[in-house]
Design a protein. Sequence first.
Length: 95
Amino acid sequence: MSIRSTVISEVEQIAAENKKGLAPLTDQLVLLDSGLDSLAIAILVARLEEALGVDPFSESDDVSYPVTLGDFIRSYERSYENAAKHHDVDSRQPG
C-alpha cells in the first residue's frame, strides 16, 4: 500500500470511528476543513507513525506544518524517503 493510500485509509477510519463526516479528500483540502478535529489529527499522526515508522513532525527541525491534505501526505512521503536513504547508508557502514 502506498503512503498516500495509507494516509487516506487512516483518515477515513478515524472519521468513521468518531462518527465524523469528511470533506472530499483531495490534495487541496485544508486539514482544518477536513472534518477532523485536532485530537483526531493527533491520533492520525500516532497511527501513521506506527504504520509507516516515521513522524515527520517530530523528526524535522522545520517548524512549519502542512496546511492541506496534499502537503500532509508529501510530508510523510519525504520523511519516509529520507528514513529509507538513511537506513541504506547505515546498512553499508561496517558494524
